[in-house]
Design a protein. Structure first.
Length: 119
């Protein structure tokens, strides 16, 4: 599975971005999907996850109520909606297939997309 993230960019505090993770090589229909992020000088951290069916979602406490993850299995794509962005949300955001919740382990990773929150 090849994962390609897009949608990152520069946004002001309080703004929104919609990221995308598109897959090729295999359908994502049977995979749980996750998003992680890594800020400069910090370890990669979990952001959000969605089950293969899309019924169950999980979020890091730091983004609950602000981020929403969804998926379109027909388009083989996962979408995290980032809202009410804060300066501390600045990071490279990575898509992952079949993440192990509570860890930083996943079967496949994308290359990342930069999100910069700045005034």
């Amino acid at each position: 599975v090849q994962l390609v993230e897009s949608g990152g960019g520069l946004v002001q505090p309080g703004g929104s971005l919609r990221l995308s993770c598109a897959a090729s090589g295999r359908t994502l229909r049977s995979y749980g999907m996750g998003w992680f992020r890594q800020a400069p000088g910090k370890e990669r951290e979990f952001v959000a996850a969605i089950s293969a069916s899309g019924v169950t979602t999980n979020y890091a406490e730091s983004v609950k109520g602000r981020f929403a993850i969804s998926r379109d299995n027909g388009k083989n794509t996962v979408y995290p909606q980032l809202s009410s962005l804060k300066l501390e949300d600045t990071a490279v955001y990575f898509c992952a297939a079949n993440p192990v919740l509570g860890s930083k382990v996943a079967d496949y990773w994308g290359q990342g997309t930069q999100v910069t929150v700045s005034s």
